[in-house]
Design a protein around this ligand. Sequence first.
Ligand code: ARG
Length: 459
Amino acid sequence: MNSKLWGGRFQGTTNDLFDRFGASIYFDQELANEDIEGSLAHVKMLQHTKILPAADCKKIIQGLESLQKDIQNGKVKFDYHYEDIHMNIEELLTKKIGPVAGKLHTARSRNDQVAVDFHLYLKHRLPKTIDLITGLQKVFVKLAEKNVHTIMPGYTHLQHAQPISYGHYLMAYYQMLQRDKERFQFNMKHTDISPLGAAALAGTTFKTDPKFTARELGFKQVYANSLDAVSDRDFALEFLSNASILMMHLSRLCEEISMWESYEFNYIELSDQYTTGSSIMPQKKNPDMAELVRGKTGRMYGHLMGLLSTMKSLPLAYNKDLQEDKEGVFDTVHNIIPILKILSGMLSTVKVHKQRMKETTEKDYSNATELADYLASKGMPFRQAHETVGQLVAKGIKEHRFLQDMGLDELKQASNLIDDDAYHVLKSEVAVERRHSLGGTGFDQVAMQIKNAKKQLKE
Ligand code: ARG
């Protein structure tokens, strides 16, 4: 005899190591609430369609509700002998209400049960993720508003390229987060479908009402194909992929935060709330949190690659491989939620060294394009203007002087087209201010980006 819920056709018992190894209760207990929610909807449907007598359904409903409270109050102990959350809950229900509990699994399989639990799990967590992204976007907008006129070097190849507004830089991250948010919103479309009713793979001979259970659980749709319903994990892959792209953006931000906090850059100072000291070097203030977010990104990519690889070549319909779909998703949820909160706090409390940022654009050659544009606007072909200014830069480097430090005579030697007004365009704030092109760094453009963002956030 085999005491398992599926033990009927077995004479022998399972190997204990196999039981432990095959069990998912260690991690899928995270689905306990969703599992009970799914079972409640299922039993209500069985009552509604008169597949089960109302009196039985009532007992099952009461039992599930009481079990839900026990779980919430931490009164329940799960056991790997019952493999997973679904069978643990059924076992506990049987202990509570007796053999009538065995009727709950009518017209259902663990295959559609686990799928519905997993859909519900993400359906509950996507809105939170989306809200937290909006929260972080608001922090970026607020900080950008205070820094429209803060000048900093814009980089390409990590070399000073052209001066930009720090507000402009911040609004670039706002846009990345907007796309992240839209991706998670789209993720909802494929998550908001109920697989319940697909049973093991082929549907059922009972006259069930999958639309009823979908409505009970708040799902927009029901899967159109039962094979697809039990074996689809696209919604989880989309979540992991969206989370990976989000983390990629956040890791770029955190890399910059770490660099900018350094002695060499000294552009910002993080609050004590989000930094740590050293156990040996008393002077240290480390941007640990930014580094950890950067580090976590690798792990998030790992979860995406893990599930993609699990799904690769998987024959239809359910296979035990699919049990591997959960831990990466849970871990991703456990990480991105605090990360979004921490980054919001970290950026709300950051001190910006505006003077230092600006100074670095005054002792460099990032105004070289301005002089080339100046010559081009006076009629010199741009290629020639580029060459002329390039030679002035080479001279400056040799003689340790910047373009704005050279006398008018000296500049005129390079080109007669240069007049006194050239010194004006060489100023970094003028270089920023004049960039009125759409989406550019000009103060008016940054203000416009902020205005549009605020409107978008209200929608
Ligand atoms: N613990 C399993 C999982 O997470 C539940 C579904 C098991 N179904 C089965 N036929 N073995 O995928």
